[in-house]
Design a protein around this ligand. Structure first.
Ligand SMILES: Nc1ncnc2c1ncn2[C@@H]1O[C@H](COP(=O)(O)OP(=O)(O)O)[C@@H](O)[C@H]1O
Ligand SMILES: [Mg+2]
Length: 265
């Protein structure tokens, strides 16, 4: 297996964040936006609880090429969810910079970040996070309504996506009327609704029945097309087997990195 890759170092040195910050450096930014879905440097995420500070993400530099299928594995409490939240723009780092498709998201204001997320990343949460008062279909329509898709189109696409998830007869159900596996499939349909170029999934097959886990694994195999960037935190051997690259995370740090398949960009 090839040794640790750190392709970000090829184009930018560790101490040149300031250089990166310089918006006049168009070539560098263009290079980043053409090549990398994620280009992150020196990420730190601390949580302060009373007198205690937990460093969940500890000085992480990571670049993820467009179209890469990346798996992050590691024990519970390693910081996987915290890292995914930063990469997907659901949270902001205490330190460091993140470029997502060449756009700096690490210090974006919440309102702009919400719009950015809507169009650029589909997030699949470990606990589904469906809106409890909306039906399955309305949950899938929701991100499309926010991004200005016409109502009829929203409904058509939601119907199509729920059908793809084998949930034709569950469209009118509220989340509490659905099994865990069905809720996760609705959540995946919602993540795909705006056809985002990047999908982030946090342990998507954890705590699910065998049949749904298989369904979701097959779906990710189908989604893997070297165009859409996929980032998954998981221990699922099948999903790990799909990955181009596997990062092992512990105590907020990358402790191992494996490249499983090289591809032409
Ligand atoms: N919102 C939070 N507030 C305080 N501490 C948190 C919060 N989220 C996570 N942590 C802590 O950060 C560390 C990493 O957690 P997490 O990112 O959820 O890891 P993983 O997803 O690998 O299990 C843990 O020690 C956890 O207790
Ligand atoms: Mg987690």
């Amino acid at each position: 297996m090839p040794e640790k890759e750190n392709s970000s170092e090829e184009i930018i040195e560790e101490d040149s964040i300031e250089e990166l910050e310089n918006i006049a450096n168009h070539d560098l930014l263009k290079n980043i936006s053409n090549k990398y879905a994620i280009f992150a440097k020196g990420l730190v995420k601390d949580y302060e609880i009373g007198d205690f500070i937990v460093r969940a993400v500890d000085n992480i530099s990571l670049s993820i090429e467009n179209g890469q299928f990346l798996v992050i594995k590691g024990p519970s409490g390693a910081g996987k969810t915290s890292l995914l939240n930063l990469l997907g723009g659901l949270d902001s780092p205490n330190k460091g910079v993140i470029y997502n498709f060449g756009v700096k998201i690490s210090n974006m204001k919440e309102e702009s970040l919400a719009t950015w997320r809507l169009l650029n990343s589909g997030f699949i949460f470990q606990n589904y996070n469906l809106i409890s008062t909306l039906t399955a279909e309305e949950n899938v329509m929701f991100p499309m309504s926010l991004s200005g898709v016409a109502f009829k189109k929203q409904r058509e696409r939601a119907t199509e996506l729920l059908s793809k998830m084998s949930l034709d007869d569950r469209r009118e159900h509220l989340p509490f009327q659905l099994s865990a596996g069905e809720q996760q499939r609705v959540a995946i349909a919602r993540a795909l609704a705006n056809d985002p170029p990047m999908i982030i999934a946090d342990e998507p097959t954890a705590n699910l029945d065998k049949k749904t886990s298989k369904f979701i694994r097959d779906l990710f195999r189908e989604l893997k097309n070297n165009i859409r960037t996929i980032i998954i935190a998981t221990h699922d051997d099948f999903l790990i087997g799909l990955a181009d690259r596997v990062i092992t995370f512990d105590e907020g740090k990358i402790i191992k990195e494996e490249i499983l398949s090289e591809k032409e960009i």
